[in-house]
Design a protein around this ligand. Structure first.
Ligand code: GLY
Length: 352
């Protein structure tokens, strides 16, 4: 059990195994001025946990309503977001209502964005149920939906009021989605914590006794980064290591490749490109590529570099004719390079 405090523009706590899912209501009841809870979940998670969380809210004396949408990145649209806002209005939610995001990254993003904008903002608790959401997307206040042209193009920075991580829910994850989240864990090791990278070199498994400690360390890295740069002007960009080409892979596969698998491949490509450009030592690049392969991530691209490059041009990390790229200098050390597009293209060509 542990608590990580985040001193962001809105301070909050991340509770790791301090509350089980059936105790979320107890936490809701401690929040000031809450008139009701509105639980947002998807069609995979709701059948497993919605009633459990709803019952805990009810038994703490609060009314609750819910909105459930079809699971998957394809639901992360303005249309789903609009339906969610209408459902909140129809349920009589006010500025004092509390949005509970119960699910993985897509749920956290849509529910968080609804909380950021409904009546110009109401409170929100993130209750992540995927490894990816536990270590990354539930923390730090990024909320968004996608547009047909690209991921996360509409959204807001909106810090939650609390994050409740109950690691026992990870045991029910499909192995594919567990591995998907491991990509972000490996990322934290590469960008900031070589000791964490050593710890997870031996692949993590469902019900792994290392999980709580691993999540704690990832969340600490994320907390430190968010406290230093909440609005992603500089340091926070390092959290995007592997993500630019990862987003290309997601988009070229029409989201058939899930986020973590795309980022896993994106990290392998960046490691290879950085090694070939002399930015990182070959032994570090092959260590990362070997660990990614041992988790089951593709370490070779299935698309030619021209297509990866073209898809990357839609990325938010492009600023006019410059792409901000997170380059790997070694395990535990990255840097941000603002590359003119021609140089970024060369990096992509060298990465495959
Ligand atoms: N997932 C990257 C970030 O929160 O900045």
């Amino acid at each position: 059990m542990s608590v990580v405090h985040v001193s962001a523009s809105k301070p909050y706590d991340i509770y790791i195994n301090e509350y089980r899912l059936d105790e979320v209501g107890r936490l809701c009841a401690t929040m000031p001025r809450v008139d009701k809870a509105f639980i947002v979940s998807d069609s995979n998670v709701a059948p497993l946990y919605l009633d459990r969380v709803g019952e805990s809210v009810r038994s703490s004396g609060l009314a609750w309503d819910s909105f459930v949408f079809p699971a998957g990145e394809r639901s992360k649209t303005l249309e789903t977001y609009g339906r969610l806002l209408v459902a909140m209005a129809e349920a009589g939610c006010t500025r004092d209502s509390l949005v509970v995001a119960l699910g993985g990254g897509v749920t956290g993003d849509i529910a968080g964005f609804a909380a950021a904008t409904y009546m110009r903002g109401c409170a929100c608790i993130q209750v992540p149920t995927s490894l990816l959401a536990c270590v990354d997307s539930s923390v730090g206040g990024k909320t968004a939906v996608d547009l047909p042209l690209g991921k996360n193009l509409v959204g807001a920075f909106f810090q939650p009021d609390a994050v409740v991580i109950d690691t026992s829910v990870l045991a029910t994850l499909e192995p594919h989605f567990f591995t998907d989240g491991c990509a972000e864990v490996i990322k934290y090791g590469v960008i900031a914590d070589a000791g964490l990278f050593d710890m997870i070199q031996q692949p993590l498994s469902l019900q792994d006794p290392r999980l709580e400690q691993v999540i704690f360390r990832c969340v600490q890295v994320k907390r430190d980064v968010v406290e230093a740069d909440e609005q992603e002007r500089g340091l926070r960009q390092t959290l995007n290591f592997g993500h630019t080409l990862g987003h290309s892979i997601e988009s070229l596969s029409h989201f058939g490749v899930t986020h973590g698998f795309a980022v896993g491949c994106g990290m392998a490509l960046m490691a290879r490109g950085c090694q070939r450009l002399g930015i990182c030592d070959p032994s570090d690049a092959s260590r990362l590529i070997g660990v990614l392969a041992s988790y089951g991530f593709d370490v070779e691209a299935s698309w030619p570099p021209e297509q990866l490059y073209s898809a990357a041009l839609q990325d938010k990390k492009r600023h006019g004719s410059v792409m901000n790229v997170v380059a790997m200098e070694g395990i535990g050390k990255v840097r941000i390079d603002a590359l003119p597009l021609e140089q970024f293209k060369q990096l992509v060509e060298r990465s495959v």
